[in-house]
Design a protein around this ligand. Sequence first.
Ligand SMILES: Cc1cc2nc3c(=O)[nH]c(=O)nc-3n(C[C@H](O)[C@H](O)[C@H](O)COP(=O)(O)OP(=O)(O)OC[C@H]3O[C@@H](n4cnc5c(N)ncnc54)[C@H](O)[C@@H]3O)c2cc1C
Length: 354
Amino acid sequence: MTHVGADRPRTLTVVGAGVIGLCCGLAAADAGWRVTVLTDPGTPRAADVAGGMLGSLGEGHPGEDALLEITADSVRRWPTLLARLDDPAIVSADDSLFVGVTAADVAFLTQLARFVWSKAVDESVTTQSGLRQVTGREIRELEPSLGPRAIGGFLASGEGAVDNRALLAALETRLVAAGGMVRAHRVDSLTDLPGDRILVTAGLGSSKLVGGIDLYPAKGEILRLSANAWSVPGPRHVVRARVGDRMVYLVPRRAGIVVGATQYEPIDASDMAPRVSGVADLLADALEVMPGLGTYDLAEAGVGFRPCTADGLPVVRAVDDRVILACGHGRNGIVLAPWTSHRVVEILDETGAN
Ligand SMILES: Cc1cc2nc3c(=O)[nH]c(=O)nc-3n(C[C@H](O)[C@H](O)[C@H](O)COP(=O)(O)OP(=O)(O)OC[C@H]3O[C@@H](n4cnc5c(N)ncnc54)[C@H](O)[C@@H]3O)c2cc1C
């Protein structure tokens, strides 16, 4: 069970310092491994732009039963990770409010809720968070920042959000404090890498390093708004609104709001510019549910690529007796980080004894 050999700690080289690499690196360091993270400064990481929502029940979709199970499991692991990181700047909201602006929007959200409630037979899906229906009046009591257009929806208790950038900074700080290292270095082949074990967490870049995995990018635009002296107070919940046939979310930050996110196929890997139509849709939908949003400053329009798999599930497994792979987290990499690091340490336990 222990990772520490008789003569020296066993060494783990992690490729990629995204949320998955850093979280797994920290968990491995805590389990006694000497961890070095190598990361390509020229490849942007999805977690730098992400909204940071820790959603599971609130975004359970029919057919995604396995994903719902692991996200719910991961949500239960978040309090332990937050206690380990011990940084009050990380959590930006505790609960999520799902709202619709038309009867059809509320009907759509109700269909998703029914799917989650149908899973209530499985206790592992329901123990941490609750999902309950709320009226328009309750929505305004819970969230005074929202306008009268939100006519009904659901409260997902315990589905909060983290400040993604504060999280990444804290993970790296704790990893280094635990004896780990993070070095800027692009890896083109695993063959000559040092380390008793290699963990590939290179996001979309993982399929260039390990054969046989099929990842595709889903481009997402996301906006960062900052409060000025005239801004109205922002939301206290994560607000996830269905407006017509689109979803928009408003995620509270200490001094602003994150508004996200679009999702579509990029033209190619250099398609990193926010498109006017995407930004316009996000702002129009966000203003529909929170008219006071217009008092904020537009600080940033960002783009990231979600590393997606065909079945929507992350790939976390041993490739051989030296290499482990953890990638393909799609739209859920932040929420799934503690589940992934737990699985990776289990795999290191299983394969680390020789
Ligand atoms: C707009 C948007 C919003 C999102 N919102 C949320 C959300 O609210 N909640 C949520 O849970 N998830 C969200 N996600 C998804 C989440 O950001 C990703 O699933 C997650 O960041 C993936 O983490 P990762 O560590 O696998 O990859 P990345 O964060 O992309 O990190 C990969 C790392 O590997 C490095 N790398 C790549 N190739 C190499 C190489 N050859 N050698 C060395 N290093 C290499 C990169 O430089 C990078 O540091 C969002 C994503 C987007 C784009």
